[in-house]
Design a protein around this ligand. Structure first.
Ligand code: DOR
Ligand code: ZN
Length: 352
């Protein structure tokens, strides 16, 4: 008999939905439909828009657009390159976390790491600061945690060296959590030749040994974060970093479960329980996802994401989302959305 799984509505605290400014890549409508189709009922959107979300006006404008167009629950991370600390207190009331880039990536909004302590002091103590670090910036990120009593989340563990340093920081009791993306768990540098520009993202894909280390230390990784980063084909050809992932994260994890690499409990912990707790996001018993464990082949043409491609095009997946119920209402069923899809709830942390 075909196995049916009922999961809580999954939470992805790391997506790039591109609106406003780059709606040719994605927008709140297509991006949140991709979320629902992939089993995610809550997403948190990153601030590296074409015009970065580093002012209250831009944050308000973005929230207003999402209120009109998003179809799953959505929160926002505020951004900084160090020149807007006076806006933090007000921005935090409307944000989930503060995202800081210590490496160059899409948008190029890199922060001088000598400013980190100041940034930590200015952002409310109970709200997460998220760091984009890589091998060359992890030491300075870890050093910034010394003596800190506020939550810091280090995004997308790419490699053994980075995860080992996070593990050591955790062992010292420093207030840090970390995440990992599907691409770092399911692709390696060996796939880059085959995928070409579609295998380019930040942090880049690493060795098989690095990936094996991530799988072997899954218990030290708090959350799965998709880093859904849609770009048009033309932008990828021109060198844009990132891959879409909202519709592939859960199928890939179910594949790993079928291979005995992860349990359903671990998937729920890292895609629901831990992200909700770490980021202070509300949960709701009447929000859930049904998954049918029936193999299917993932095709680009079936994706909801506007960018219309995936590194896993043509791959067989062991199960797919058949129904999503959000706050008691069916919002996705067998590939379709009801005509009267109700608008999203915009989330702030630790609200009841
Ligand atoms: O590959 C990436 N794409 N990494 C990032 O850090 C940003 C993201 C994007 O916004 O495209
Ligand atoms: Zn990202």
């Amino acid at each position: 008999m075909t196995e049916i799984l009922r999961l809580p509505g999954l939470v992805d605290v790391h997506v790039h939905l591109r609106e406003p400014g780059q709606t040719e890549k994605e927008d709140f409508s297509s991006g949140t439909r991709a979320a629902l189709a992939g089993g995610f009922t809550t997403v948190c959107d990153m601030p590296n828009n074409a015009e970065p979300i580093t002012t209250l006006e831009r944050l308000e404008a973005k929230i207003a657009l999402a209120q009109q167009k998003a179809v799953c629950d959505i929160g926002f991370h505020y951004g900084t390159v160090g020149d807007n600390l006076d806006t933090f207190a007000e921005a935090a009331k409307h944000s989930i976390g503060l995202k800081v880039y210590l490496n160059n990536t899409t948008g190029g909004y890199t922060l001088d790491p000598s400013r980190l302590k100041e940034i930590y002091a200015a952002w409310p103590r109970d709200q997460v600061v998220l760091l984009h670090t890589e091998e060359d910036t992890i030491d300075i990120a870890i050093a910034s945690l010394e003596g800190l009593s506020r939550p810091v989340h280090v995004c997308h563990m790419p490699s053994r060296v980075v995860l080992e340093k996070i593990m050591a920081a955790k062992a010292k009791g420093l207030p840090v959590t970390c995440g990992v993306t599907p691409h770092h768990l399911f692709l390696t540098e060996n796939d880059v030749e085959r995928l070409g520009v579609y295998g380019m993202m930040k942090p880049p894909l690493k060795s098989q040994a690095d990936q094996d280390f991530l799988w072997a230390h899954l218990d030290d990784i708090d959350i799965f974060e998709s880093d859904h980063a849609p770009h048009t084909h033309a932008d990828k050809q021109a060198g844009a970093f990132g891959v879409p992932n909202l519709e592939t994260t859960l199928p890939l994890l179910l594949k790993a479960r079928a291979e005995g690499k992860i349990t359903l409990e671990q998937i729920i912990d890292k895609c629901f329980t831990n992200p909700s707790e770490i980021f202070g996001l509300p949960t709701d018993d009447s929000t859930y996802v049904d998954v049918k464990m029936e193999p299917y082949v993932l095709h680009n043409a079936d994706l909801q994401t506007k960018c219309g491609w995936s590194p896993w095009d043509g791959e067989e997946m062991p199960g797919h989302v058949t129904r999503v119920v959000l706050h008691g209402q069916t919002v996705y069923e067998n590939g379709t959305f009801p005509a009267d899809l109700h608008p999203a709830r915009v989330l702030t942390p630790f609200a009841s």
